[in-house]
Design a protein around this ligand. Structure first.
Ligand code: GDP
Ligand code: ZN
Length: 293
């Protein structure tokens, strides 16, 4: 018996990496009975039959799991946003941040295409960068034209499983190619893996980049707050968590409650107004959600 990590799932086989060896493993039906499907990213116990093949025996408990792409135990979400083309969207970023926070995934915000900014848009963007850094987020500004920020990214992947996320066209493939040129991803290509339509059996693979593992398909293609309760939403805004210590009521939602330290912080400019507005908007969205069975 040995332990390893599933790095690829394809046509009913699970490719389990133990040290530098990858074993092609079968699932053996035990999981179907228990109603769990092994996922890429799973830590597993397996039995090797020879130096290349084996079968799975056990799936270790997961820290988290994503549906799109189907992957478990994600440590980091590299949230890729372009400064322009498409324009930087703080509401979309906040959506990604909430989803990532709710799954206990460490976000890293990467802003691409910095070379395309003019003076006015640059000033505006720098304000956002400052705001998000103030919350405590790691924000990296990059450009594949000037190579800015590229070197900073590689060491952040060390020893972690990372998923890149972001709209198509923001520069995810370009970024990965710049980090590791031997990958030679066709720019614009990885988004086609998203599996809308004809790709029914989705293929996911963790690829080695530097000393880390990166999912080869971008994550979080579904941006609905399906698993999130309205009452928990504030927990995924770290600056609210910090300020809420001063709220009069325990479990304050920072909406209609009196003596709310979060609302006071918004008024005082300590929490950006747009962050709070996005919170209210997401809150309504979750409240309006149809009950799911
Ligand atoms: P993806 O869909 O997120 O993988 O985006 P791509 O990597 O395919 O990039 C979309 C387009 O943006 C391509 O034409 C890239 O050349 C361009 N692009 C990506 N990063 C940068 C950048 O830092 N600066 C500039 N000027 N263009 C970029
Ligand atoms: Zn409050």
């Amino acid at each position: 018996m040995a332990e390893g990590k599933i790095v690829k799932a394809l046509s009913g086989f699970y490719y389990v990496k133990e040290g530098q060896t990858v074993y092609q493993c079968r699932g053996r039906g035990v999981f179907r009975k228990k109603n769990v499907t092994p996922l890429v990213g799973d830590y597993v116990v397996f039995q090797a039959e020879n130096e290349q093949e084996g079968y799975l025996l056990e799936i270790k408990e997961r820290k988290n799991e994503l549906v799109r792409p189907p992957i478990a135990n994600v440590d980091q979400g590299i949230l890729v946003f372009s400064a322009v083309e498409p324009d930087f969207s703080p509401i979309l970023l906040d959506r990604f941040l909430v989803l990532v926070e709710s799954k206990d995934i460490m976000p890293i915000i990467v802003i691409t295409k910095m070379d395309l900014l003019d003076e006015t848009t640059k000033e505006q963007l720098e304000q956002y960068v400052q705001d998000y850094r103030h919350i405590g987020y790691n924000v990296i500004k990059t450009s594949i034209k000037t190579s800015d920020g590229i070197k900073e990214l590689l060491p952040l992947l060390d020893g972690k499983v990372s998923v890149f996320a972001g709209q198509s066209g923001v520069g995810k493939s370009s970024l990965l190619n710049a980090i590791r040129p031997e990958l030679q991803l066709k720019t614009g290509a990885i988004s086609h893996h998203l599996g809308r339509g004809k790709h029914t059996t989705r293929h996911v693979e963790l690829i080695e980049i530097g000393n880390g593992l990166v999912a080869d398909t971008p994550g979080f293609s579904s941006l609905e707050f399906i698993d999130i309760e309205a009452a928990d939403l504030n927990l995924y805004f770290p600056e609210m968590v910090k300020w809420s210590e001063g709220c009069k009521f325990r479990g304050c939602q920072h909406i209609n409650e009196p003596k709310c330290a979060v609302k006071e912080a918004v008024q005082a400019g300590d929490i950006p107004v747009y962050r709070y507005e996005h919170y209210l908007q997401f809150y309504e969205e979750i409240k309006d959600r149809k009950p799911r069975f």
